[in-house]
Design a binder for this molecule. Sequence first.
Ligand SMILES: [Zn+2]
Length: 170
Amino acid sequence: MEDIKRTGTDKLLHAKQVLAQVCDPEIPVLTIEDLGIIRSVNLLDDETMEVVITPTYSGCPAMGVIEVNIRAALQSAGIQPVKVTTVLSPPWTTDWLSAAGREKLEQFGIAAPLSASLDKKALMGEKAAVHCPLCGSKQTEMLSQFGSTACKALFRCLECREPFDYFKCH
Ligand SMILES: [Zn+2]
């Protein structure tokens, strides 16, 4: 019994390590762990590895790709069968982004999401809410509520003149 238990724990640990390497298809510097979309990883009685995820944006086409990537990563690590379960409640919020994830976003040139109230102001056109991820200036303006994807808004820095994406609060 003891051996079987340990094997199960090892399998879970292995699965979690593999999952920590799976990247977000839209923002490849972020892993799905950074995004905080993995709710739990469970080894079911029939040895199926169940990965419970909460999608970021329901309208985000990337979610289907994430599921495929999760399956592919686990299977190529020899972990199967795999079951991906989607849980919609509680809904994912940008608060679930890890600190490391927020840092990676900024390094990638995308302004990390603000708190809900500041986000609303920023998208209403209030200046100085979003800082430029490239030079850190607060002199920014919104160009469009929709950036390269629906999840992002397009901003421009008035100081370094560079446009950049802002990851909208959700
Ligand atoms: Zn700038």
